[in-house]
Design a protein around this ligand. Sequence first.
Ligand code: ATP
Ligand code: MG
Length: 183
Amino acid sequence: MQFKKLHLSGFKSFVDPTDLLIERGMTGVVGPNGCGKSNLVEALRWVMGETSAKKMRGSEMDDVIFAGSSTRPARNVAEVSLHLDNRERKAPAMFNDSDELEVIRRITRGGGSNYRVNGKDVRARDVQLLFADASSGAHSTALVSQGRIGEIINAKPTNRRAILEEAAGITGLHSRRHEAELR
Ligand code: ATP
Ligand code: MG
């Protein structure tokens, strides 16, 4: 499924509504240190259903909400939406009735997150499955965070093997073999 547009509002450093258009081919994001490049990738991860605040470089999920600056007050709401091209009808059945899907995640300070797809309230799980089927998803190896390459190079061989097995798509087979051997 092709990503078409990422929209952020009140998310981390993106206090004002911001659109990132994702055209076919390669999209590059260039800018000085601290301008928000990694925040954009985190917004993608977050709207796909990330549940770990640590993976978002925070201590709690509310840390993704704009925390204020010397000139701007903090916000109490953050929202990220992702527009997907679904013309090939790759989405799970519950979402598969339109050419374009808009997935929205919204968080309110102290109030947790909620998700909508094309205006309809859905569970976090539904969104996670939508992206798991599309081989992207918050935890897939399609997203490589800053520092992760070094971690992989320095990892113990067993940990590195787990990463390679995930990339090869055989992690599921291993756990199924383990289950079969227990029987
Ligand atoms: P580098 O080139 O160093 O990797 P980068 O472009 O990836 O930089 P980011 O890490 O995406 O930069 O952005 C960091 C900036 O985002 C910091 O200035 C930080 O203060 C700001 N930031 C992060 N979370 C919030 C928040 N909740 N509210 C306001 N600003 C935030
Ligand atoms: Mg960065």
